[in-house]
Design a protein around this ligand. Structure first.
Ligand SMILES: Nc1ncnc2c1ncn2[C@@H]1O[C@H](COP(=O)(O)OP(=O)(O)OP(=O)(O)O)[C@@H](O)[C@H]1O
Length: 241
């Protein structure tokens, strides 16, 4: 579904946020992206949802080379991508139902029944008229997930989806992401510095270090407490167990 071919991204300076990255993400896959701070994870996501363009190389999504698309087609593509963030990014002066309805409203659609379906899917029907300040962190993230799903995305991008949550809410949100993956076969890309999250959710993961793709590994279960020389060695070892 997604192909990066020798993709490099420089921002203003000479520093390469991503350097010569080639990888493929399959349709229906849950793909993890790990790496230390500044390794290029967010840049990878921003290229995927076309908020940034590569300095060189090509990105192909659903057999379409992104660079060949018009602004209008890029906007259309972006509307098929759902995104969830570490800090939820809810509108605080809007109710839960209004937050979930927002992507539909932006497309000029009013589908209250669909909003209610989504709230039921994330188990928050009873909070439809509440405001974000009245919710727990886990509930806020579930609202954000309902908002991402309301457009029936082909691709769901998750940027540190559990990093702002305590353990109980982490489980709640991951269970919901698992349910989405099994029910809708949505292709998912999860960026997280928490290896346990990637381990639970993903079939494969890419490991980045300073903009370089160090490797892609199949993910197996159960973590051990061994000491490693570097973050990359630990990531590679733990994810392969
Ligand atoms: N808009 C920007 N302008 C200039 N440099 C940037 C910009 N965004 C990111 N960078 C730089 O690109 C490199 C990769 O950043 P990126 O945000 O992709 O890393 P990350 O792995 O997501 O980090 P974190 O885990 O801390 O969010 C970093 O050196 C960063 O300073």
């Amino acid at each position: 579904m997604i192909q990066f071919d020798k993709v490099t991204k420089n921002y203003d300076s000479d520093l390469k946020a991503l350097h010569n990255v080639t990888l493929t993400i399959n349709q229906g896959e849950c793909f993890g992206v790990v790496g230390e701070s500044g390794s290029g994870k967010s840049t990878f996501l921003r290229l995927l949802n076309q908020l940034e363009r590569p300095t060189s190389g090509t990105i192909t999504v659903a057999q379409q080379v992104l660079a060949t698309l018009s602004e209008r087609d890029i906007k259309k593509r972006q509307q098929q991508i759902g995104m969830i963030f570490q800090q939820f990014n809810l509108l605080h002066n809007q109710t839960v139902a209004q937050n979930v309805a927002l992507p539909l409203k932006l497309r000029g659609k009013m589908e209250p029944a669909r909003v209610l379906d989504m709230l039921a899917f994330v188990n928050l029907t009873h909070k439809a008229d509440a405001y974000p300040r009245e919710l727990s962190g886990g509930e806020k993230q579930r609202v954000a997930i309902a908002r991402a799903l309301v457009i029936e995305p082909k691709l769901l991008l998750c940027d540190e989806p559990t990093s702002a949550l305590d353990a109980q809410h982490v489980d709640e949100v991951l269970s919901l992401l698992e349910k989405i993956h099994s029910q809708f076969q949505t292709t998912m890309v999860i960026v997280s510095h928490e290896l346990a999250v990637i381990k639970r959710m993903c079939q494969r993961a890419a490991i980045f270090n300073r903009g370089e793709l160090v490797g892609i590994t199949a993910v197996k279960s159960a973590e051990n407490a061994q000491q490693y020389d570097s973050y990359e060695a630990r990531a590679m070892e733990i994810l392969q167990q």
